[in-house]
Design a protein around this ligand. Structure first.
Ligand code: ATP
Ligand code: ZN
Length: 299
């Protein structure tokens, strides 16, 4: 069999992670010939192609070498890794980056009127979930024996149907729980979208492409929520202005044509820059204030 020379990344075909996954890869400079209705997207700017699949298939496809990388929820990834370990097998994929979107948690929720004081109360009860391994690990950590009822969808209605006493499911806002008269009582596992990679060494061009992608990804992730603040000020105001910026901002100062006294200051600020902060900077001597979004960074 001839070795592939193009890198392949699996992403969710349709669902919560699809759009943000593709957007992130585009921010890394990849572009794809539009054929999102199909399984395969051909990479145009770099020899990096996409496979559009169900999220549950992604860890397995990486392990089998069908693709080299994949974007998937840590919940799905860890659940399947747990399954492999339980079967005495070594997972052939690993998490290489947390991507900062698709965040939610796997939580235990009980019917509104069920009293709950702690994990010991779960003993002997039936818990419906699509994540039996992650739930089993939680129960084991707390030394509780409960019955796990594995369901692949509509977990939240199991207590009403009588197929389980309570549930362990993904929660973000809690809206679905409230709509089903359920109350969140334990956080079992925190999750977000991750980039998973094969643990096998990638040789030649594919290895270089993965390294390039990871470097670009780090640049995109580092400036996520970052702003470039630019301002003019008299040199004497620099200490007061710097004190108003976060310690990580490490401003750079350059002379502003003509007079010795006027400087331009530039700083990278992570997080929001409020109007109030801008007004404080102005009071400290700044003028011509500009706050710009940052798209990429290469250290
Ligand atoms: P597929 O058809 O690909 O199997 P799915 O129905 O399993 O799709 P989605 O509902 O699109 O998957 O969720 C994909 C991932 O999004 C989840 O595994 C989880 O990591 C993440 N996610 C973020 N917020 C939530 C939420 N509120 N509920 C469920 N998943 C969430
Ligand atoms: Zn799925």
């Amino acid at each position: 069999m001839t070795e592939r020379d193009r890198l392949r990344i699996a992403v969710q075909k349709s669902g919560r992670l699809s759009e943000p996954s593709i957007r992130l890869l585009e921010q890394c400079g990849l572009s794809f010939r539009q054929s999102r209705d199909k399984l395969f997207c051909y990479g145009e700017t770099l020899p990096v192609d996409l496979l559009l699949v169900r999220d549950d298939d992604i860890p397995g496809m990486i392990a089998e070498g069908v693709c080299d990388l994949g974007i998937v929820g840590r919940n799905v990834f860890a659940e399947q890794a747990g399954e492999l370990v339980a079967a005495g097998r070594e997972p052939a994929a690993e998490e290489v980056r947390a991507l900062g979107f698709g965040g939610c948690r796997l939580s235990i929720a009980v019917p509104q009127d069920m009293p709950y004081a702690g994990p010991a109360d779960l003993a002997g009860l039936r818990i419906a979930t699509s994540y039996p391994r992650l739930l089993a690990a939680f129960l084991e950590r707390h030394g509780v024996a409960a019955r796990i009822v594995v369901l692949n969808g509509s977990v939240e209605i199991a207590p009403k149907l009588g197929t389980a006493d309570l549930i362990c499911d993904l929660v973000s806002t809690g809206g679905t729980l409230a709509a089903n008269q359920l109350r969140e009582v334990e956080r079992v596992f925190e999750t977000e979208a991750i980039l998973a990679s094969t643990t096998r060494p990638l040789t030649g061009e594919r290895g270089e492409l993965r390294d390039l992608l990871l470097r670009r990804l780090d640049g995109v992730l580092a400036v996520k929520d970052a702003k470039l603040v630019m301002l003019h000020a008299p040199r004497a105001s620099i200490p007061a202005i710097t004190a108003l910026l976060p310690p990580t901002a490490r401003p750079s100062v350059s002379p502003l044509g003509g007079g010795d006294d006027a400087v331009q200051l530039q700083a990278l600020v992570v997080g929001a820059v409020t109007w109030q902060r801008l007004e404080e900077l102005k009071q400290a001597g700044a003028s011509s204030l500009l706050v710009l979004p940052v798209e990429k960074m290469l250290a």
